[in-house]
Design a protein around this ligand. Sequence first.
Ligand code: 6PG
Length: 253
Amino acid sequence: MGGPGRRRIVVSATAAEAAETAAGLIARLLAAAAAARGRARLALAGGRTPEACYRLLAEEPHRGRIPWEALEVFWGDERCVPPEAPESNYRMAAQALLDRVPIPPGGVHRMRGELPPEAAAREYEEGLRRAFPGSGGPPRLDLLLLGLGPDAHTASLFPGTAALRERERWVAAARVEPLGWRLTLTPPMLNAAREVLFLVAGADKAEAVRAVLEGSRDPDRYPGQLVEPPDGRVTWLLDGPAASRLAATTAKG
Ligand code: 6PG
């Protein structure tokens, strides 16, 4: 899990407080990226947990601190469904955030879940190559948001699946029983990020959080352990219940 200096754990009492802490940190990191490199490239997580945080980003005080004109938005993963489907990660982010803020045209890079999975994965990887010209290896996102499932999956890297072992491609199509087909960034792409934020809330995640952060090393069983960017920092933003099985003392959010 990388060196201690490259990982920090911040625990807030409630999911709402964790969402607020996350929104503040995201705003700061995006502003710093834009100041340093003229652009801020962000990959969004899907699922339910980040929605409250996305809503906060569209509202003051965070809204005014984010350089929307410099922002490019990507996804860490997507369900293979049309964008208007209730399960779509794009749909959730659009309703909570993207439709409410002034991101320039072309700044939102949606994974096209409505395509055949392999074609969608190939198309997204080509899109990354265009968005990050000159990247020899996996391009470096400024900020990657991730969640964690109760089975310790992250993005759509699920235990025991082939995408966990992908070391060349940047985007993979994964058939995940019984959920269906998913698109996911692969470990090389996740680990090229400069900053990674896991936002995890709820007692149902406590064992997965413990296993990933303090359990024996077994990334095939606990895919969250794969996220260890050699040149990046990983921040875990947890609520009390999700952190409840951690032994280590942690900073307060
Ligand atoms: C997805 C997400 C996935 C999510 C976890 C946690 O497409 O579902 O990208 O990796 O982060 O499954 O989901 P919840 O936040 O809904 O618990």
